[in-house]
Design a protein. Structure first.
Length: 153
């Protein structure tokens, strides 16, 4: 049951990330997310972006659930916190390391899924304003990108 709750939470977090990205980051908190799409020359020199604030914002619930689950014995909260945190870790590896190459590793992967995720994210970034975006998810994206990668392999 513990592991099932972690998996369900992890999968649910993709919806949370999609919803937050589409309606919050490209909505009321665009001021924090904008530099992830449009960088000024000064911002290009920095490793960090205002957008990185979301890492902290999203880490807080996972940390709190783990803390409440372990310190106060709320058994259901611990696997939920672990699922949230594992999703955050996956997001960091796929989005920041693989797709955006903020740490220069995993540059030449031939993994079809990872290449399709990168392609979908590039489509997302072709829109530099907060309107008219597409592909707001990270781990799940329209199948057409996976089909394109399968056909080009």
């Amino acid at each position: 049951m513990f592991l099932l709750i972690i998996v369900i939470t992890f999968l649910f977090m993709e919806f949370v990330a999609w919803f937050t990205h589409k309606y919050i980051m490209h909505g009321i908190l665009w001021s924090l997310h904008k530099d992830h799409h449009v960088k000024t020359p000064e911002q290009r020199k920095s490793f960090f972006e205002r957008n990185d604030s979301f890492f902290v914002i999203f880490a807080i619930p996972g940390f709190c659930f783990i803390l409440l689950g372990t310190l106060f014995g709320f058994a259901l909260l611990l696997p939920i916190g672990i699922g949230i945190s594992l999703y955050g870790l996956a997001y960091f590896f796929v989005h920041d390391i693989f797709i955006h190459q903020r740490i220069k590793v995993l540059r030449n992967s031939n993994n079809v899924y990872l290449k399709a995720a990168r392609r979908a994210h590039k489509i997302h970034h072709k829109h530099i304003s907060k309107e008219d975006g597409e592909c707001f998810g990270m781990l799940f994206f329209p199948l057409k990108y996976l089909k394109k990668e399968l056909n080009s392999s």
